[in-house]
Design a protein around this ligand. Structure first.
Ligand SMILES: [Zn+2]
Ligand SMILES: [Zn+2]
Length: 441
């Protein structure tokens, strides 16, 4: 995930996009009043839990205590739960007192190997071992906020259970950032463990903290929202020689340098300029000494795309470039191209409807339409199966800057939890109400 440049479209523009605000009937207005009162009743507890989760972060597939806290919270509300889903996931099902559809909401629970450098009083000082190194652990992607918002929404909806026209499935997901090497996990595994069945939701919603938006603002994207994330590993092999006698060797540093530059031409020369894509080499590693031509260079990087055909073409072209350049020098290569999370495509029809509801959500000050980003989200595994709507939650305050996501200074203001509760509860209720009113659904 990365910071966005915002298209400055304010709430009024949302209307201009044809999303429309909804005229409240007497009942709906009464419901909104009671939701506002219930959010007020439960927000302090949700914020306390967010601070606790923030101070006690756990890495992907290791969210043992967080999952325990979630399970206890849901159980205390009388919500039926299933634990140990995709390792540490928790799924709760709240059946309303009135007939209606099933809708799911998802929050991720994992933290990152980042050493926190914020001034928050509940800052994390947790350390652990990750990939053989001692590291700090921090909720640098705001998943503490997501989890707390969803706990708060569960509290509010559980209080409204008798009037709830349908069923809400609360999915608390582990390992959104990817499981540790050699393990499975995340949304992909949850789907394989049938989290979207029995009861099967008709739609799923998720939100994500965004430090470039202020508290009170939410952002949405219709259609393609986040890119597919691939990870490639390349070994460029040559022949070791004395640095003064290149004619006796095959230089993998020269080959790899040409490869890095040629990979950039995939984007600029092979693909349409109108097709979003990124090819980034993030690791270039080789050599032991200034006067030795090494045997091997290791390159590693990421490819981000939206269009599956573009994704295929990048991989094929990458192989052709490697064959061409190493062939020309008499070297060889090994390519390991790992296809990761697919792109998040917000269902256009559902997103237009939900963005309209967001614009009318009490306590949400501003709704912005945001451009897609080349960041990734494994929410895609859910929204590839059922229609999904993934949106952004503002988390900063003027004068209290935050570092970007995944940085040691990423800082989410506690009040973002309240706004998240308001937005998500409103979406769930509007979704259920709209469908409960239609007898044929
Ligand atoms: Zn992240
Ligand atoms: Zn995240």
């Amino acid at each position: 995930m990365q910071r966005n440049v915002i298209w400055a479209l304010k709430a009024m523009s949302v209307m201009a996009f044809g999303l429309g605000l909804h005229v409240l009937t007497g009942n709906a207005a009464a419901q909104q009043d009671s939701v506002a009162a219930l959010v007020e009743k439960h927000r302090a507890e949700a914020i306390r839990k967010r601070e606790h989760i923030h101070q006690n972060p756990e890495l992907g597939n290791r969210e043992f205590k967080t999952a325990e806290l979630v399970a206890e919270h849901l159980t205390a509300l009388g919500i039926e739960i299933q634990t140990g889903v995709a390792h540490t996931g928790v799924v709760g099902v709240l059946k309303g007192g009135r007939p209606g559809p099933v809708v799911a909401i998802r929050a991720d629970m994992d933290a990152l190997p980042v050493t926190e450098e914020t001034v928050l009083p509940f800052k994390s000082t947790v350390r652990t071992t990750y990939l053989g190194k001692e590291v700090g652990v921090m909720h640098a992607c705001g998943h503490d906020v997501h989890t707390a918002v969803q706990l708060g929404v569960a509290s509010v909806l559980a209080d409204m259970k008798a009037d709830l026209p349908g069923t809400v499935k609360f999915i608390f997901q582990p390992a959104e950032e990817g499981p540790p090497p050699g393990e499975e996990g995340g949304a992909d595994l949850m789907v394989r463990e049938k989290v979207l069945e029995d009861p099967a939701p008709e739609a799923i919603f998720g939100l994500h903290a965004l430090p470039s938006l202020e508290v009170g603002t939410v952002g949405f994207t219709i259609g393609p929202a986040m890119a597919a994330v691939d990870h490639f590993y390349i070994k460029v092999r040559g022949k070791q020689a004395h640095g003064a006698r290149p004619e006796e060797g095959i230089d993998p540093i020269v080959m790899a340098s040409e490869i890095v530059l040629a990979l950039q031409t995939i984007r600029s020369r092979t693909l349409s300029p109108l097709e979003p894509s990124v090819v980034t080499v993030g690791i270039f590693r080789g050599g032991e000494r200034f006067n030795i031509i090494p045997r091997e260079v290791h390159l590693e990087g990421t490819v981000r795309t939206y269009n599956p055909d573009v994704r295929d073409r990048v991989e094929i072209r990458m192989k052709t470039i490697l064959e061409g350049i190493t062939g020309a020098y008499g070297g060889s290569f090994e390519l390991n191209y790992d296809r990761g999370t697919p792109s998040v495509i917000n269902n256009p029809e559902l997103s237009r409807e939900m963005a309209g509801y967001l614009a009318g959500a009490p306590g949400v000050d501003q709704v912005l339409e945001l451009p897609p980003t080349m960041g990734g989200e494994d929410f895609a595994y859910f929204s590839n199966v059922i229609p999904g709507f993934f949106y952004r939650l503002g988390v900063t305050r003027p004068g209290q800057p935050s570092g970007g996501l995944h940085t040691p200074t990423m800082t989410a203001d506690s009040e973002s939890v309240t706004v998240g509760m308001r937005a998500m509860t409103h979406l769930v209720l509007e979704f259920l109400n709209a469908r409960a009113l239609q007898p044929n659904q």
